[in-house]
Ligand binder design. Structure first.
Ligand code: C2E
Ligand code: MG
Ligand code: MG
Length: 617
């Protein structure tokens, strides 16, 4: 693929060549008229005009069309033909006038032929395919002419012309090589030899204009290697470079014929499709293509005798200039790629409007959450937990956020964001404080409840002052005579961290009187060994298993198995997500202590919860 500027340069030369042919051409016609070679001269000049017309058509074609590669290469072939013809015409006029010795016209013919050669080497040097043959077309007749003069000075001039031809070819070739090298470096990434980011941007700008003009579509694949940093860190940058080269060569071998490929930097590559007709575009096909590429990138790498395994996350986005957002295609591919990373890496995700909304939503939540916490827009709900006799014995504290613009934001949306941004420390502290205040208030008012469960996120648990914080809350708000049991619900995600450290923290909290419950049991890293190692008191079976309990034999078996595991490990069991009587009846035949779900009550405000479950009339 040639640089766009290359074509642009040649397009400009068309006009120059037309000018340089038509103006001096008039002189030949006039001489032809004076010295009786008018007919051949005028025929020649008509041919020049027709060629000039051909040139103008080529010029306009280029100026008004945003051509894709195949059309561009067709145009370029015509351009080469134009250059051949126009210089060939100069050789024709040379042949015609070089024999007009009587009127000394041969001097003019010789000079123009030399001039044309200089012009050819000066204007056409950036394309070897053109300038070498054209110089030969111009100079060989001249060399032959001098030779045929058959005098000593004729032979000398013939020899000099050969040397002159050699010098012109040498000079043009040198400039050509230099230009090629500069072009190459300006366009390519030094490490992988793929196109670089700068050229990618130029290419895309041109492509977008072209797609808009031709009403076509394209797609891009943004490829980011997974955990590439760890290769650099553990095996060194040399190894990292070799891996990148191998990755680049795999992408090239797979996509080169039908795609534009560039390395955007680091371990990020981009693959852009050719222009596709609107009707031909099939998302499923693109995903299939990306998945195939992913499979190729995942094949083992053997570099310097080491076996390496890599995967990548690929974001796919469509370039459709009919939609205003088409200019954001890279951002869109980026969003999709990050989504693939979030979904566990090693996958392909296609950008969609919904995805964009969810990302924007996350952004808005991120921005608003901080203020929400400070403006006390976060409050707590309490969801009852009952025993087999459906008597309220406990509650789970659930955070709520009522935003003026967003409405009620579910904790599933804002808690993970708070965890990511670190705000969970402050948010968690606030939730704990409010909960402990409630515990104290209920005790003061004589409202009795056996358990209260609080969700604690991993980051919170690991926070340096967490234990001291709990200790101080216990001292301040839990009266020695208060019999309430405080349960901390943690999730299996805790297991990705240092299990010994978790155990230590949990044991220290247990010493303060805290009980631990494994929330959403069965949905995470369900490794049974942690049940043995971690000081857990309770399993909370997730609503995922309850949703289709009655219809699904598998879910029934799962729940039965989890219940028997709990029994074997002497753990208390809470089942959450019970939405109807049938589920409750089915579950109550097993060893299960506590039930929670909409069937008994949805989470309630503090006042409503007190009214319904605590204040006995
Ligand atoms: P979780 O701890 O598993 O909480 C149970 C979720 O299930 C709650 O959703 C509750 O309203 C919902 N639920 C209870 N019974 C039913 C039912 O019968 N059917 C259905 N469909 N849902 C039921 P919620 O309040 O939206 O909380 C979602 C998650 O957000 C919680 O899951 C918990 O992981 C997190 N979360 C909530 N509050 C806090 C908090 O204060 N701190 C932390 N770290 N996480 C919290
Ligand atoms: Mg919970
Ligand atoms: Mg849960």
């Amino acid at each position: 693929m040639k640089h766009q500027n290359h074509y642009l340069y040649f397009q400009k030369q068309i006009l120059l060549m037309i000018f340089l042919s038509l103006i001096p051409g008039i002189v030949y016609v006039v001489f032809g008229y004076i010295y009786d070679v008018f007919l051949p001269a005028i025929l020649w000049y008509v041919a020049v005009w027709m060629t000039a017309l051909y040139g103008v058509i080529l010029y306009i074609w280029f100026a008004t069309h945003k051509m894709e590669e195949s059309e561009l290469s067709r145009w370029y072939k015509h351009l080469i033909a134009f250059m051949y013809i126009i210089f060939l015409l100069w050789t024709v006029i040379f042949m015609l006038y070089s024999t007009e010795v009587k009127h000394h016209l041969h001097y003019i013919a010789i000079f123009t032929q030399l001039g044309a050669s200089v012009v050819a080497s000066a204007l056409l040097f950036s394309e070897r395919k053109i300038f070498i043959p054209i110089l030969l077309i111009l100079m060989l007749p001249l060399i032959g002419y001098f030779f045929l003069v058959a005098t000593w000075y004729g032979y000398v001039l013939s020899l000099f012309s050969i040397i002159f031809l050699g010098v012109l070819i040498y000079a043009s070739n040198n400039t050509y090589m230099l230009i090629q090298k500069n072009y190459y470096h300006a366009q390519h990434d030094a490490l992988t030899g793929l196109y670089n980011r700068r050229y990618y941007m130029e290419y895309m700008q041109f492509m977008l204009d072209r797609l808009a003009l031709n009403h076509k579509k394209a797609y891009i694949l943004l490829i980011d290697l997974d955990y590439f940093k760890s290769i650099n860190d553990s095996l060194g940058h040399d190894m990292g470079d070799k891996v990148l080269q191998e990755v680049a060569s795999r992408i090239k071998n797979t996509c080169e014929l039908s795609h534009f490929i560039a390395r955007l930097g680091g371990d990020e590559f981009i693959v852009v499709s050719k222009d596709i007709d609107q009707e031909e575009y099939a998302q499923q096909k693109v995903i299939g293509y990306a998945e195939n590429l992913l499979a190729i990138l995942k094949e083992p790498y053997i570099i310097d005798g080491q076996h390496l395994y890599l995967s990548a996350s690929i974001g796919v986005s469509q370039i459709d200039t009919n939609f205003s957002h088409s200019n954001n295609f890279l951002k869109e591919a980026d969003i999709a790629m990050y989504e693939a990373k979030k979904a566990g890496r090693d996958g392909v995700i296609t950008f969609s409007k919904e995805l964009e909304e969810s990302v924007n939503n996350t952004l808005v939540i991120k921005q608003k959450l901080y203020n929400a916490l400070h403006d006390k827009k976060i409050y707590l709900n309490y969801q009852v937990q009952v025993n087999k006799n459906q008597e309220a014995i406990g509650c789970e504290v659930l955070a709520r956020w009522d935003d003026d613009d967003l409405g009620i934001v579910p904790p599933d949306s804002f808690i993970p964001i708070a965890e990511k941004t670190g705000l969970i420390i402050e948010l968690g502290a606030y939730i704990l404080l409010e909960t402990f205040k409630t515990i104290d208030e209920w005790h003061e008012r004589g409202l009795k409840i056996a358990y209260i469960s609080i969700n604690i996120s991993v980051r919170q648990l690991f926070y340096s002052t967490f234990i001291e914080e709990i200790e101080s809350l216990m001292q301040q708000y839990v009266h020695p005579k208060n019999t309430i049991k405080i349960i901390f619900e943690i999730t299996e995600s805790i297991l990705v961290s240092d299990v010994e450290k978790v155990t230590d923290i949990m044991l220290r909290l247990k010493a303060l009187g805290i009980i631990f419950s494994m929330d959403d049991f069965g949905t995470g890293y369900s490794s049974l060994s942690y049940l043995r190692n971690l000081p857990i008191d309770e399993l909370k079976i997730d609503k995922l298993f309850i949703n289709h309990l009655l219809e699904s034999e598998t879910d029934k078996t799962m729940v039965r198995t989890m219940l028997s595991i709990a029994k074997n490990f002497s753990l208390n069991v809470v089942i959450e997500g019970i939405e109807n009587e049938e589920q409750f009846i089915f579950l109550s035949q097993y060893h299960c202590d506590v039930f929670q779900g909409y069937h008994f009550s949805k989470p309630l405000s503090k006042e409503k919860f007190e009214e319904r479950y605590l204040i006995k009339m």
